[in-house]
Design a protein around this ligand. Structure first.
Ligand SMILES: Nc1ncnc2c1ncn2[C@@H]1O[C@H](COP(=O)(O)OP(=O)(O)O)[C@@H](O)[C@H]1O
Ligand SMILES: [Mg+2]
Length: 341
């Protein structure tokens, strides 16, 4: 009995079965060293992989209605009206669109973006945007920290690199010049098409990014996170298409012009006939597909190799520009083609 216990101890497979037995110092020492090494390894891995959380990305997902950002360990409920009124300090204005005025602000010593409704007429769009932000929280969408529908305020994660509109300036900064390569820029295009694909296959149905009647407008709806990932930010104009019951959409009620919008978004009855929203035929999410080649071309820019990428993407981009929306590929098909590159 004693012998077999001893044997087990020597093998290190059983410990402390009897305190009166004489311990074997080398084995105990070995065990202690192993435990210490494990603790050290754990602490090292914890330091390397957990502490420097890139803001908001690895931290997700949190349960619905909660968020986690920066160094926060746990998910916390979205801030309420009360907290937005008392615990958020505005620092400076960083942007404005038709619906929201956006301020770099501070909450618990963290930088955040406070958006305020610009005018009561835009409340409906604002509320739609809030609803979408809430429902679409994921790696593809800006992190929601809180909202107060009564006050028309909204708190999101602040992204100091701003929108895609200023991508070229950002890439020209000495700090980011190493990322100004065709390879990183193609990654951004893949990232962008992944977001479109996410919106087209979202939990709420097929959503169309309508606030995109020209390239600048489109680019201003997406933020560039510091980890060089794109997130969709402005979701105020995202109508839903229901293919099954034939529900199509229109991006606003006014006449659209120019080459950036899809041909089916243009008034089809000629210049002599005045525009009439009632007679304007509706369309679907393939308008987003039409716009992909232009956005991608902007994202690729003009660096060594970007023309080679453009050449390789020529065929799929030609398909995106088919006049007949039904002949255009899905976002998933575009994504597959980009990833095959
Ligand atoms: N989280 C943010 N971080 C940094 N800048 C932001 C953030 N949110 C918005 N902005 C800036 O504010 C501008 C307007 O915001 P946006 O949500 O698009 O308002 P609108 O709905 O009125 O178009 C953006 O184009 C961007 O420049
Ligand atoms: Mg906007």
């Amino acid at each position: 009995m004693e012998d077999s216990n001893m044997e087990k101890k020597l093998q290190g497979s059983k410990r402390g079965s009897s305190q009166r037995e004489i311990p074997i110092p080398p084995a105990a020492l070995l065990l202690l060293v192993m435990v210490l090494m494990n603790i050290l390894l754990y602490l090292y891995l914890d330091h390397v992989f957990v502490s420097p959380l890139p803001s908001g990305v690895e931290a997700r997902p949190c349960p619905f209605g909660t968020f986690r950002m920066g160094q926060m360990k746990n998910c916390s409920p979205w801030l309420s009206c009360e907290s937005l009124r008392t615990a958020v300090r505005k620092l400076k204005r960083v942007g404005e669109g038709a619906v929201k005025r956006v301020f770099l602000s501070e909450w618990k010593e963290q930088k955040v973006a406070l958006s305020q409704l610009t005018s009561p007429e835009m409340k409906e769009d604002f509320l739609h945007g809030v609803k979408m932000l809430k429902a679409l929280q994921s790696e593809h969408v800006v992190l929601l920290i809180g909202c107060c529908e009564d006050d028309g305020t909204l708190l999101t994660e602040y992204h100091p690199l701003g929108t895609l509109k200023t991508l070229e300036e950002t890439l020209n900064l000495p700090k980011y010049q190493s990322l100004n390569t065709w390879h990183h820029r193609l990654k951004l295009a893949i990232n962008y098409v992944s977001i479109i694909n996410y919106l087209h296959t979202s939990p709420l149905g097929t959503l169309v990014m309508c606030d995109s009647n020209d390239l600048d407008k489109m680019l201003s709806q997406y933020l560039l996170a510091s980890n060089f990932h794109i997130v969709a930010n402005d979701l105020d104009a995202l109508p839903v298409v229901h293919k099954s019951n034939g529900t199509l959409i229109k991006c606003g009620h006014r006449e659209l012009v120019g080459e950036f919008v899809a041909p089916e978004q243009l008034w089809p009855y000629g210049e002599e006939t005045p525009f009439d929203d009632e007679r304007m035929p509706p369309y679907d999410e393939k308008t987003d597909i039409w716009k992909i080649p232009d956005v991608t071309s902007f994202l690729l820019g003009h660096v060594e190799g970007s023309d080679v990428v453009r050449f390789h993407l020529f065929e799929i981009h030609q398909a995106c520009k088919k006049k007949n929306p039904e002949e255009r590929p899905s976002a998933q098909e575009v994504l597959d083609a980009y990833r095959r590159f």
